[in-house]
Design a protein around this ligand. Structure first.
Ligand code: N01
Length: 554
């Protein structure tokens, strides 16, 4: 029985809402808060057993934030940001989940969130300008608006490897980790995948397991997190400077993170100066390594200088020369796959109980009942950890049957890749909003900054429509075509499309390969969205439904 929690702020007719929100992660929770504040009736459906979205599911060992927690946190409530104490520079998953729960309680959100309930289908009724939403508990409700807060990295992808179903030990996916603690003590463990999840979990699993075998298909660039406990003084410094930090992150930063802006290209400096700058960022740690110069994402020669620096660092850390070579990424420019932030990942390969297997050279042939066969060799393992990633950005949306105008489904429309106007709406699907959808900066940014921007824009937009008695809003086809072309053009002016990344859909066999997020930067993007709104939602059409005239009462 789903944890049905009723008592909407308004009392709509049973099963009738102003807005249905899909997902109770950081996006869904803030969306609910904003809409309720405007007096709308809202029902949030969440398929998980509690709030938190990606932080509810990703409980693997070592899971933590890769944006500093003082910045990877809501800014909409000054009281909240002043009172919440982050314990570490990069909070671990349990603490982020605790924060999500705190927000749900503090703003009394749970009353409108129905947990353990998946949205399976939503159909737009053109005559009424309303969506009919069917959930996994067999109920159907209607709402004027549906907002997809389904998350970009919430659809864990099981790899299609022969024999996996017959493996005798336990199989864990990092993106769908059990809620009970998993103890690998004394076990031989295999980790498949060396993206952010694999790179975060390897050092922690290595400490527990009797032996850890890491199966690497693509070596990845990773920068040390330099995680540490936050002192009260450090927290206070953020808190007292929050107005400027948040403003900068929203309006000026490309990626929604407060940091010093690069004012020069990598080749503007001589070797010594450049090396000193890289050293200083390496010592500082974290994602801002990539903002040391302003052309690392644009110029291959500039990028090579940063990539070479990281490759050298790997060679310095890893004692075995052959293993170091295997760990040095060579298949893509640095940063064009999401850069990883680690705590002692490369050093883990100096441990006697850790083995690296190069499955690019010797691909996995099959999973055996008690191990993995790769390159004709058998590696015995008692447990398998699949750190194989997600059907990113579109995967969770694709699981819902969304029927728009003329019965067309969103999956049909997006068969050749996602098409949106501003990442917010897709033509043919009126009153359906996406939060941090493809075509918006989304995963290229501090997600909470992008979430808050979308939520505010959508809430303001719905407010605008209600003030004018408008019932339906839809992205125009021409506006959408131009935006898709712009997103592509900007992406192809960078090095990003050179990597087989999940940004491109390249990790899913058969998925159309187009660069999904908008790479123009969060500040630029925010301004575009604000301008569109200021011009009466330029590029969108807004209409009122003919209502039957009421007889005047005497
Ligand atoms: O997934 P990934 P992830 N056989 O897709 C390999 C965010 N995140 O869960 O590169 C063998 O990056 C695959 O190999 P290849 C963050 O945005 C954030 O690690 O395709 N290997 C790759 O090595 C991140 O980017 C944090 O050749 C297979 C790995 O599995 C995003 O989530 C923490 C395979 C998948 O890497 C995704 O990260 C964690 C197969 N059949 C994640 N299939 C934070 O710190 C796939 N691979 C906040």
């Amino acid at each position: 029985m789903p944890a049905l929690q009723t008592n909407s702020s308004k009392s709509p007719a049973a099963g009738t809402f102003d807005v249905v929100v899909v997902g109770a992660g950081f996006a869904g929770m803030y969306m609910l808060h904003r809409l309720r504040g405007s007096g709308l009736s809202v029902r949030v459906y969440e398929q998980g057993g509690d709030v938190g979205g990606t932080w509810y599911w990703n409980r693997y060992p070592g899971a933590r934030c890769d944006v500093e927690s003082m910045q990877y946190s809501y800014s909409f409530s000054d009281e909240l940001q002043q009172e919440w104490d982050w314990s570490e520079r990069y909070a671990p998953q349990p603490e982020i989940l605790k924060y999500a729960n705190h927000v749900a309680d503090r703003f009394d959100l749970r009353t409108d969130i129905q947990l353990n309930t998946r949205v399976d289908r939503a159909v737009f009724d053109e005559s009424a300008s309303r969506w009919s939403v069917t959930t996994s508990d067999g109920n159907t409700v209607t709402a004027q608006f549906v907002i997809l807060a389904t998350g970009c990295l919430s659809n864990a992808r099981m790899p299609d490897i022969k024999g996996l179903a017959d493996f005798k030990g336990k199989v864990y996916h990092t993106g769908h980790w059990p809620h009970q603690p998993v103890d690998f003590t004394g076990l031989r463990v295999g980790v498949i995948g060396t993206g952010s999840s694999g790179i975060q979990s390897v050092p922690v699993i290595a400490e527990q397991a009797s032996h850890l075998t890491v199966f690497q298909r693509t070596a990845n660039f990773s920068i040390p997190a330099r995680n540490a406990a936050l002192t009260p003084e450090e927290r206070e410094e953020f808190r007292s400077n929050y107005p400027e930090i948040r403003r900068f992150a929203r309006e000026e930063a490309r990626n929604g993170i407060y940091t010093d802006m690069p004012d020069r290209g990598a080749l503007d400096d001589g070797d010594n100066e450049r090396r000193a700058r890289y050293e200083s960022r390496w010592t500082r740690g974290g994602l801002t390594f990539m903002s040391v110069y302003n052309d690392l994402a644009l110029d291959r020669a500039a990028n090579d200088t940063a990539a070479d620096f990281v490759r050298e660092k790997i060679a310095e850390i890893v004692k075995d020369h052959e293993i170091a070579k295997l760990l040095q990424p060579n298949s893509h420019p640095i940063g064009t796959k999401r850069i990883c932030i680690d705590s002692d990942y490369f050093a883990a390969f100096n441990r006697p109980n850790v083995t690296l297997v190069d499955i690019k050279a010797d691909p996995i042939e099959e999973i055996l009942p008690n191990g993995v066969r790769a390159g004709g060799k058998d590696y015995e393992v008692d447990a398998l950890v699949l750190a194989t990633g997600f059907d990113a950005m579109t995967g969770s949306v694709a699981k819902i049957e969304l029927c728009g105008r003329d019965g067309q489904t969103l999956n049909q429309k997006w068969a050749e890749g996602p098409r949106t106007y501003l990442g917010l709406m897709s033509a043919g699907f009126p009153n359906l909003f996406l939060i941090t959808g493809p075509g918006s900066p989304s995963v290229l940014s501090n997600m909470i900054v992008s979430i808050e921007q979308h939520v505010d824009w959508i809430a303001d937009c719905i407010g605008y429509m209600r003030e004018r008695d408008l019932d339906a809003m839809e992205a125009g086809k021409d506006a959408e075509d131009s935006w898709v072309a712009h997103v592509n053009e900007v992406a192809h002016g960078t090095l990003y499309p050179q990597a087989n990344s999940w940004y491109m859909g390249a990790n899913i066999p058969g998925k159309p390969q187009i660069f999904m997020p908008y790479i123009g930067g969060v500040g630029v993007y925010r301004q575009i969205c604000n301008d569109v709104a200021a011009k009466g939602y330029e590029g969108f059409t807004m209409t009122a439904t003919e209502r039957p005239k009421m007889a005047a009462s005497s």
